[in-house]
Design a protein around this ligand. Sequence first.
Ligand code: HEC
Ligand code: HEC
Length: 266
Amino acid sequence: MTMRVLGLAFRRAALALGVFFLAAGAAQAAYKTPPSPEAPEKGDYWLGEEVYKEICFSCHGLKGDGKGPNWKASRPRPQVFTSPLMKRMTDEYVFAVVKYGKMNVLKEKMNGFKLKFSRPTAMPSFGEVLEDAQIRRLIQWEKGFTTGRQARDPEMKEIFEAACVQCHGKAGLGNGERPLGSQDPSKPFVSEIQPPPMNYTLKDQMERFDDEFLFWLIKLGRIDVSEQKDFNYMQAYGHVLKDEEMWGVVRYVREAFINGKPRAKK
Ligand code: HEC
Ligand code: HEC
């Protein structure tokens, strides 16, 4: 394992420092229906299991619950693969995150690799339109979606509806107009915004973020909070793993955790 992660420090240093702007109303793509995440795709499950148990488990956990040995050290905490939120991520997006690292995907620095059906979308920044005190109040108000006990705060409700609903949805489910597009209602919903906007009702997901992270996230946006505030993010593995191994791990994560159906031992 040490051999494989050795290159990480170098890769981290190589990440560009460019400032990135993403307007809340940016580029409405012409939407197409993304492929069903259940569709059979490439990737060898057993090879993927090997890679997962060698590298990924240390953060994401052997059970895919995001609670590997390193989970507390990482900010935000590792993605929970058993969460319903993962069903909205396409295999291609997951592959790109593993190969290029999450920040490079958000910045579309993927050496010519293009995501089909969707564009990477980062949570935009609101530091220009919201005051610090408003951001803190908004965080507390939004927590009501997670706990199910929402305080009455008409001003925050108004801000949420004006600034957040288009992506996060009226009930905070992450199913606003922008991720939804026009999809076949008989198929599982896949967010056309990759990664999908957060679903606030998923407790295990929201627990990954502390208030300090959320404050800077809303103020600076997803890319700048990771870079300027050095909140940890998902690094690239393209320099230590072959494409075949990464497709394998995508297959393994999809079947064993997202679909919750690990294969019986060979
Ligand atoms: C050092 C800890 C660490 C290791 C090791 C690690 N990850 Fe992650 N991973 C994270 C963190 C932290 C996040 C959440 C990133 C975020 O929200 O910015 C994440 C997120 C993800 C995501 C979701 C992307 C998204 O948009 O939320 C995928 C998929 C993923 N990791 C796959 C993998 C795979 C596959 C491996 C093994 C090859 C792996 N990770 C190894 C820490 C790690
Ligand atoms: C253009 C779409 C968009 C808008 C508008 C938007 N968000 Fe987000 N939001 C996202 C996306 C995409 C993510 C997932 C980010 C990730 O995983 O990297 C996210 C994630 C989050 C998260 C969870 C943290 C995380 O890293 O997943 C919080 C909290 C949040 N948004 C709050 C807000 C608030 C508050 C507003 C309104 C002031 C808002 N968002 C407006 C797209 C949006």
